[in-house]
Design a protein around this ligand. Structure first.
Ligand code: SF4
Ligand code: SF4
Length: 61
């Protein structure tokens, strides 16, 4: 498993679901007011980083 991971700041996310739709690994789970990334599924492709209109997902060490 890679040492880094995707971090999503709930305070800035508006839960639009755009990143969920583009994630090729089906690693992002969106509920009404929470969003989580499964580090076991995430391949760090950064598609969610590129697509988010608010720039919320970040690669964290
Ligand atoms: S695309 Fe951005 S704002 Fe939309 S759900 Fe994902 S992290 Fe949140
Ligand atoms: S980096 Fe890629 S695999 Fe990981 S959560 Fe984002 S879109 Fe999904």
């Amino acid at each position: 498993m890679p040492a880094s991971k995707i971090r999503i700041d709930h305070e800035r996310c508006d839960f639009c679901g755009t990143c969920v739709a583009v994630c090729p690994a089906d690693a992002i789970e969106l509920r009404e007011s929470s969003i989580t990334v499964d580090p076991g599924k995430c391949t760090l492709c950064e598609s969610c980083v590129d697509i988010c209109p608010l720039g919320v997902p970040e690669v964290a060490a």
